[in-house]
Design a protein around this ligand. Sequence first.
Ligand code: ZN
Length: 368
Amino acid sequence: MDEGLAFEQIERLLELQYRDAFSIMELKFWRDYRLRSSQGIQENADNFCFPSFSNHVFPHPSNDILIDLYVAGFKLQEDCFAQAMSRLLARWMSCDHTFKSVANIGYKRPSDGKWIKLYNSVFCILNEKGEVLQWQFTRSENFNEVSAMFSDLRRRLQCQNTLLEGIIIDNCCKWKEGLTRFFPETPIKLDLFHAVQRFVKTLSKRNPYHRAVSRDYGLIFRDPKDHGERRTMPTPEPSVILHNLDQFLSKWKDFTHEGKQIITAKGEKAIKNIKNHILKGCLSNIPVGCCTSVQERLHREMKKILTSNRIGSELAYSKFSRFFFKNNAKKSGKIWSPIMEEVSDAKSNAMQNSSEAKPKYVETFGIR
Ligand SMILES: [Zn+2]
């Protein structure tokens, strides 16, 4: 399941297993029969034969039973998933909504059987290593819907005496007030990936200069001394970025291809909007590697775990929990294994006297 197998495929696999087991029995039956007749033992029944499945449908558990088993299996380890995530810390947080992957989560309304969608996005908060710290299914892009996640994270970081150095988000100025309530000293930055995308997506892909313009635009957020393929320095002060932007515009603003301007009216509007954020410092002093492009990779993977079929919220919650646990294990170089997590937990519990055992700190994830 974790690798993206559908329940229908598992159903089919179990059916094949039943068929194979059944065939092995039949094989043994006919071998025994031959052995017996070679020893002169004759079977006396007239219609002596091995029973067959006349309709070729071999018994297998239904989709619904498999889903129940999967969810029940997850529930046994749910606490260990939550504990593992509740321990993770961050110097930087990057936050993002993703929409497509949750479009099919919902339930069938009992009164008329109509499918009711429950969520329209999943909101993830990652640390600078790309580990998922907190996540939740959401119905809107309203800050209030996710504020409990930030409240939990503030408490987590306080408990561990960790100072948060920055938050990266695609709606920096809109959410600044809300975020500052939880992290008063922490700078809120606009995500570079989105800052670049907002302009780049206005360019026509058919234009042969598309790549060159995109590349030059991405470079305006670089320190002038930072030339390499990848960014190696924090993003510079607003005045430097604005200067870079001016140079970019003087190169491309009036550039035309086949009589059309490369930078369209939409592109100009996107740049005007980004300029506001540059001026407010939303794009300055962002360290290397702090960017939600990590999130974009996560989104692509996420799509694989939700098939195009409709899916209930309990199953979606189980699948996402396992998926994020697996992602986090990979990021920290550990083996992906909930049972090993349980073992290490049981071991540390056994080593402690019951009087010493600390209360476990576990947050809520996914559905609130
Ligand atoms: Zn901003």
